[in-house]
Design a binder for this molecule. Structure first.
Ligand SMILES: NC(=O)c1ccc[n+]([C@@H]2O[C@H](COP(=O)([O-])OP(=O)(O)OC[C@H]3O[C@@H](n4cnc5c(N)ncnc54)[C@H](OP(=O)(O)O)[C@@H]3O)[C@@H](O)[C@H]2O)c1
Length: 333
């Protein structure tokens, strides 16, 4: 029996009228979701398993997935009815809560279905989602990811999984060496993986701020961003080197018709979650606070179409430079 045959629910446990009762569903085709769903669909195709069924607010974003054999389904409740395992990769807590409420209120049986959310959301949202789905005899796994779009494209994300062990064991083969290189098992409490993700992003956002500060320093002192970038990549690793490239290639402020790699509002959301949790535990995160203020100032100045590394533009302004550099877009919001 193929892995997919094993992980999916047998037809009698889902909607008996469905044509796709063993299919998986992916909801959310953003910067990360499309890359992840593409790897999952390719994997299903090589296993000759049923194709991924996908949905998204903007269905056209799934056109490349469709060409790979995935099945578009504009109606989320209808997808839920068809699928045993439902992945979500959406922007924030409100979107996830709305989707889960839609599923719960759809009137379809959710018995034995597994919902897997890979977004970054607050542990409280995870806790509420677990309860809502438990009442419907469905399982919820929080499976947030570490790594940006290029890593998602390569199928090398790091996942943190939390939730019922039986559900996690069903889903792991769809992640390991398909969408991810590593799974950190956070145990049965789904809120723990969400907490780990938020803790990880304290490092991410601080590192972006540090790289931005160093690059503005290098430019203003005449050292130059080239040698600085070489050093960052060599001495501080590929992740820090990648953050530097977001600055020197102008990706921190991409053209208005493109989608940022990791949108500034998503990173502000993550920083807000971390600061709120820290506050409850009397923990101070002064570095994160500075980075969040700079991201908010960047968004105020240049709008939503900015990467999370766009605190760099504000650091440039504070040093008497333009927000934009020679490779970024040159204005607009
Ligand atoms: N980007 C990264 O480097 C990265 C890394 C790790 C984790 N994350 C986390 O992963 C999640 C997704 O990130 P992303 O970068 O892929 O985000 P993104 O590119 O902005 O995509 C967000 C997805 O959510 C959907 N969405 C947004 N608002 C919606 C609404 N009101 N109703 C229904 N759908 C809505 C979007 O649909 P449309 O296509 O219709 O807009 C899209 O599918 C976030 O929680 C983020 O914090 C991101």
């Amino acid at each position: 029996m193929s892995r997919i045959g094993w992980v999916s629910l047998p037809p009698e446990q889902t909607n008996p009228n469905s044509q796709h009762t063993n299919d998986l569903n992916q909801y959310g085709l953003g910067s990360m979701g499309l890359a992840m769903a593409t790897n999952l669909q390719r994997h299903l195709a090589t296993k000759r398993a049923l194709n991924l069924v996908y949905s998204n607010r903007t269905m056209a974003r799934g056109d490349t997935l469709k060409r790979l054999g995935a099945v578009p389904e504009p109606s989320f409740p209808s997808l839920v009815a068809q699928c045993g395992i439902i992945f979500t990769m959406i922007s924030n807590d409100t979107v996830l809560s709305n989707l889960i409420t839609t599923a719960v209120e759809s009137g379809h049986s959710l018995k034995d279905k597994i919902f897997v959310d890979c977004s970054t959301v607050h542990p409280q949202t995870v806790g509420l989602t677990v309860c809502k789905l438990k009442e419907k005899q469905a399982s919820f796994l929080a499976a947030p990811v570490f790594g940006g779009n290029p890593i998602a494209v390569d199928g090398k994300l790091v996942f943190a999984i939390g939730g019922p062990r039986s559900a996690a064991e069903v889903v792991k083969p769809l992640i390991q060496d398909v969408m991810g290189r590593k799974i950190i098992d956070c145990g049965e409490d789904a809120t723990k993986s969400s907490l780990l993700k938020i803790a990880g992003n304290i490092v991410t956002v601080n590192l972006m701020e540090a790289v931005g500060e160093a690059q503005v320093f290098a430019e203003r002192t005449g050292l130059g961003t080239g040698p600085m970038e070489e050093l960052i990549g060599e001495a501080f690793g590929a992740v820090a080197g990648g953050y530097s490239k977001r600055l020197t290639t102008g990706a921190y402020a991409p053209s208005l018709d493109s989608r940022p790699g990791f949108g500034v509002s998503l990173a502000i959301k993550d920083a807000n979650h971390a600061l709120a949790i820290a506050n409850e535990h009397n923990v101070r995160l002064p570095g994160l606070q500075v980075a969040r203020e700079n991201m908010m100032a960047a968004r105020e100045y240049a709008g939503e179409c900015l990467d999370s590394s766009s605190m760099y533009g504000v650091l440039r302004q504070q040093a008497g430079l333009e927000f934009w550099n020679e490779k970024s877009r040159k204005g607009g919001r």
